[in-house]
Design a protein around this ligand. Structure first.
Ligand SMILES: Nc1ncnc2c1ncn2[C@@H]1O[C@H](COP(=O)(O)OP(=O)(O)OP(=O)(O)O)[C@@H](O)[C@H]1O
Ligand code: SF4
Ligand SMILES: [Mg+2]
Length: 317
């Protein structure tokens, strides 16, 4: 078994979007040359402001969005060559809003068993006990087997979504804001559950979160995105202790606000988030960067490998 679960090289995803009446369509580079490697057992967090391309990247990895260029390998195999069912066996999503992804007319047992049915899993007589086992593992009482989603709390519904994602024992789980639709009191329970499951089932996670307190708690490594690019990557401890990219530093300062659950505020970054169809020249962060110099507006920095991470900023060229 390969130790690399996911490998993305020079990945791009461009949407053609309307630029307004009479102005035709213009390209929006939602993902713009991303290289990423995820090793087995890691929890890689993707962070960055709204619109930086996190979900688009996740959707590419899940086969829900066709990239415009570049390659993705899952477990050593090109994603583009994997049949839908093979891909679904290997990589599963957990989304923000469990309610909209659970069929309201199916019982909890039917919802959790669906991936077994779809995959034509062997020994149908054992499906019921497999469902009961995974329900126990995610902390759902067996009596809920015949209940419907609207009879459950938000936290219980997210547990159902987690059970459904895990029943076929995927190698990689992609969690896009897995707790942000939940009450604060329930969020830490779900995060702790995800961590326990990772240990017990030997899972690898990619976690997308606006909440840097969540990221610091759960991730082993962090990739910071800005306008479709990864601008810094490092193990969690290093990144939080010694942020190198000025954008990362600004994000971390925002955690010092009294309520970290408020997400990433813009206030300390000066100018507002740029228009993604008309990105700034050179380093796209330069209009907001306190450390920008003349070269920053002219030339985009390349990612530089350091002993404990990578950073794309002229300060480290
Ligand atoms: N199907 C689409 N068509 C056109 N533009 C899109 C599409 N999907 C995403 N975009 C644009 O691509 C950019 C990246 O969007 P994406 O949803 O990946 O960001 P995100 O980092 O997940 O943001 P958020 O934190 O708000 O979820 C945004 O500018 C968004 O408007
Ligand atoms: S390249 Fe320049 S503008 Fe961009 S983050 Fe580094 S210092 Fe700031
Ligand atoms: Mg998103």
């Amino acid at each position: 078994m390969s130790d690399t679960v996911l490998e993305a090289r020079n990945l791009t995803c461009t949407f053609m979007i309307s630029a307004g009446a009479f102005r035709g369509r213009r390209p929006l580079h939602a993902v713009n040359g991303v290289d990423l490697t995820v090793a087995r057992g890691e929890v890689l967090a993707l962070v960055g402001e709204s619109g930086c391309g996190k979900t688009t990247l996740a959707k590419i990895f899940l086969g829900l969005q066709e990239p415009s260029g570049g390659t993705v390998r899952l477990n050593g195999q090109p994603l583009s060559a994997l049949a839908r069912l093979d891909r679904a066996r290997f990589v599963q999503p957990i989304f923000q809003d469990p309610y909209s992804s659970l069929n309201p007319r199916k019982t909890i047992g039917e919802i959790i068993a669906l991936p077994l049915r779809v995959q034509g899993a062997p020994n149908p007589a054992s499906w019921r006990s497999q469902v009961e086992d995974i329900m126990a593992l995610v902390g759902l009482r067996p009596q809920l087997h015949d209940s419907y989603p609207n009879q459950l709390s938000g936290g219980q519904r997210q547990r159902v979504a987690i059970a459904r994602a895990l029943i076929n024992k995927p190698g990689l789980v992609i969690c896009d804001e897995p707790t942000s639709a939940l009450d604060v009191s329930v969020q830490s329970q779900i995060l702790n559950l995800l961590q326990d499951l990772r240990r017990d089932l030997n899972l690898t996670y990619i976690v997308i979160s606006h909440n840097l307190a969540v990221v610091e708690h759960i991730a082993t490594r962090v990739a910071v995105m800005y306008l479709g690019r990864i601008v810094e990557e490092a193990d969690t401890e290093t990144l939080f202790a010694r942020p190198r990219h000025p954008y990362t530093a600004a994000l971390l300062e925002s955690v010092l606000t009294p309520d970290p659950s408020l997400g990433i505020p813009n206030t300390q970054l000066g100018a507002t988030f740029p228009n993604p169809v008309d990105p700034p020249s050179g380093c796209a962060f330069h209009p907001r960067c306190r450390r920008a110099t003349a070269v920053c507006a002219e030339r985009a920095p390349r990612p530089v490998s350091l002993t404990d991470g990578t950073v794309a900023c002229h300060l480290y060229d």
